[in-house]
Design a protein around this ligand. Sequence first.
Ligand SMILES: COc1ccc2cc(-c3cnc(C(=O)NCC(=O)O)c(O)c3)ccc2c1
Ligand SMILES: [Mn+2]
Length: 241
Amino acid sequence: SKDKMPFLQHALDSQLESLALGQVVPALLDRGFFYVDHFLGDIAGHMVLGQVKRMHYCGLLNDGQLARRSNGVCRSIRGDQITWVNGTERGSEAVNFLLTLIDKLISLCEGQLGKSIRARSKAMVACYPGNGAGYVKHVDNPNADGRCVTCIYYLNKNWNAKEHGGLLRIFPEGKSYVADIEPLFDRLLLFWSDRRNPHEVQPSYATRYAITVWYFDSEERAEAKRKFRDLTANSQEGSSP
Ligand SMILES: COc1ccc2cc(-c3cnc(C(=O)NCC(=O)O)c(O)c3)ccc2c1
Ligand SMILES: [Mn+2]
């Protein structure tokens, strides 16, 4: 129970609670996105950065998205290079600590968001290599695949968008403004994953690290799975001789 919990843990929990109820929920409901700086603090933030850099240097980040050139022809120029971690792997303990905090933050928001969020994806560790690659304007979940909140943790020290580009630009649906978000070290960004938030990663001219998790709305996820089962069942029928 709370009174047996060490003081620090208790203080941390109440800080997350006021962030969740005081800032995240109102912003998501009003604007559809929210970011906070200094989420982990310098020490833990640098531990996460160190582990991500090691994954990159060990060649674990690859098979990224193919970049689409203006003429729509897919080229072999890589977009982001990625790997998926669930945080229990050796060398990702700091990533796991980050994920437990974000899980706690989301669970504190859940009741107020009118969603039943009980699961998430694995963490996608992504690196835009700084060769001008970015990510064209897209919606993470355009067709109700179950993902309702996109959560991105940025790890880039001394990032200067004028020099390095790499802005995340969100085009909130039906709004007259765009939101330009710099991928700054120890910044946590959350936004609705559906058509409310088309977004792009502008060309990056320095190495750009981020960790993304997607939280599922359990109703939408169950429905998406049912549809997928029917789809594959029908396609089996179709293919039977
Ligand atoms: C089927 O396998 C895969 C594997 C990886 C995939 C990665 C993305 C993705 C989506 N959004 C972003 C983004 O918006 N980043 C914003 C930012 O970094 O600031 C991004 O970097 C990557 C989408 C589909 C994927 C499918
Ligand atoms: Mn995206």
